[in-house]
Design a protein around this ligand. Structure first.
Ligand SMILES: [Zn+2]
Length: 433
């Protein structure tokens, strides 16, 4: 299949941040074969006149929990610890594989609707969400949690069996080792994660420095900040992406830079749970790779990378009382290139480049909030909304276009099954009370 996007405002997100105001992108099967100025010579099966719309790489969401989609709006106005232990855990204790499948598909629909083509998914249960990703055709990095198999002597073995069971060498699915957080696993558990990461050549991901309470407890127990504690265990000797990174000191940031650790900024979740504001500008000053994540809709409450871009930029202006910091171009790169690097997929995705995977989105400029088109890069961060996305393509396959989803199931089926799932879950919980 050959597709030609022409008459497009092409934002490449390449090394030079090349932009082609009257550009073209050619796709053959799953790959990009041309990006640049308008030209002839491609015998396309489908020619798409973009009428000046933006064509750019899909967004990459570097931290989320997609199976939690049906928990949206159920735990509001509460602190992080109450939110997790009192509100979310009882739901998770009763969550079935089939419910997770439909909930994950609802999340995939929201992702592709808003132009996200890849995410790093974290959840304690992997199997049915993984089937949902495969059925939908989205690209996904998914973790396998080391918390399973809590018998310490069998933990590594159990993890290895699960990895062998889950890994079908699907080119759209990659894996991370996850410890969840420093408060979910003891020291030997964290060392087990690093052992497995090394043995299988996989990156690690962990929630880190999300709340003041986490940092204070770690300092009391170990005498070190969470970042220095993990460094002392050799955790950062292998590739890692940490989520949140709200409470870090200068030395912690230096450690991230030294070990080339990527940070996933989850601004809307951290703000809504009153956790704090990550020091994006300080990370940028040190050259730490930054990416953007939404966290789950149970805490933020949308899988919306436009919202994350807006908040990543504006939060720092408020924090530093300086309107010049973290300009739009930087956050667009966090949402694309930075995410690709955080997921260790930057040789395949994150930019529009010949030979790269065709993970491409089209953004309509037709609505009033885009006019006049004085500065499209600024508009993309401060004016655009996720419903401006009119087409989302993953590996050359269209998953969403002009109101229609191509993710393996109808939206009616997904909504109905999610509705049944959450009503059943809430009934179960109420019975237990
Ligand atoms: Zn999280």
């Amino acid at each position: 299949m050959k597709t030609r996007f022409y008459n497009a405002y092409v934002i490449t997100c390449n090394d030079q941040f090349d932009i082609f105001p009257n550009g073209e992108v050619w796709v053959e099967d799953d790959k990009i074969v041309y990006v640049g100025e308008a030209k002839d010579g491609f015998m396309a099966d489908r020619k798409v006149n973009c009428f000046g719309d933006v064509i750019m790489p899909g967004f990459i969401n570097s931290h989320t929990h997609l199976p939690m989609q049906i928990f949206r709006g159920l735990a509001e106005g509460t602190s992080f610890s109450n939110w997790w232990i009192d509100q979310i855990k009882p739901l998770e204790n009763n969550f079935t594989s089939e419910q997770m499948y439909w909930s994950t598909l609802l999340a995939v629909a929201e992702l592709v609707r808003g132009g996200t083509t890849c995410a790093l998914n974290n959840y304690f249960h992997q199997k049915s969400p993984l089937v949902a990703f495969e059925d939908s055709g989205i690209r996904m990095a998914t973790h396998i949690d080391v918390r399973y198999g809590l018998d310490k002597t069998k933990r590594r073995h159990d993890w290895e069996n699960r990895y062998a069971d889950l890994n079908k060498n699907n080119p759209l699915i990659t894996f991370f080792v996850s410890s969840h957080s420093i408060f979910s696993l003891d020291e030997t558990g964290l060392v087990d994660c690093t052992f497995l990461a090394k043995k299988y050549g996989l990156p690690q991901t962990i929630h880190l420095c999300e709340t003041l309470n986490e940092v204070g407890t770690c300092e009391k127990d170990t005498g070190k900040t969470p970042v220095k504690y993990l460094e002392s265990l050799g955790f950062f000797d292998y590739p890692a992406t940490i989520a949140h990174g709200v409470y870090v000191d200068k030395e912690d940031i230096d450690i991230f830079k030294k070990h080339d650790v990527s940070v996933s900024i989850n601004m809307s979740s951290n703000m809504k749970l009153a956790s704090g504001i990550a020091p994006i500008y300080s990370y940028m000053q040190k050259g730490v790779n930054l990416s953007l994540g939404t966290d789950s809709v149970a805490s933020n409450n949308r899988l919306d990378m436009f919202k994350e871009m807006f908040l990543a930029s504006t939060s720092q202006k408020v924090l530093l009382k300086d309107a010049t910091v973290v300009p739009p171009k930087d956050v667009i790169l966090m949402a694309t290139r930075g995410g690709a690097r955080a997921l260790y997929l930057d040789d395949k995705i994150g930019q529009l480049k010949k030979g790269y995977q065709a993970d491409i989105i089209r953004i309509s400029l037709a609505e009033p909030h885009w006019q006049p088109l004085n500065d499209i890069i600024s508009h993309l961060v401060y004016s655009a909304i996720s419903s401006d996305v009119v087409m989302t393509m993953v590996a050359g396959k269209i998953l969403y276009e002009n109101g229609t989803y191509y993710i393996g199931h109808s939206m009616k089926e997904i909504y109905e099954n999610c509705d049944i799932a959450i009503k059943t879950l809430l009934r179960e919980i109420n019975k237990e009370k």
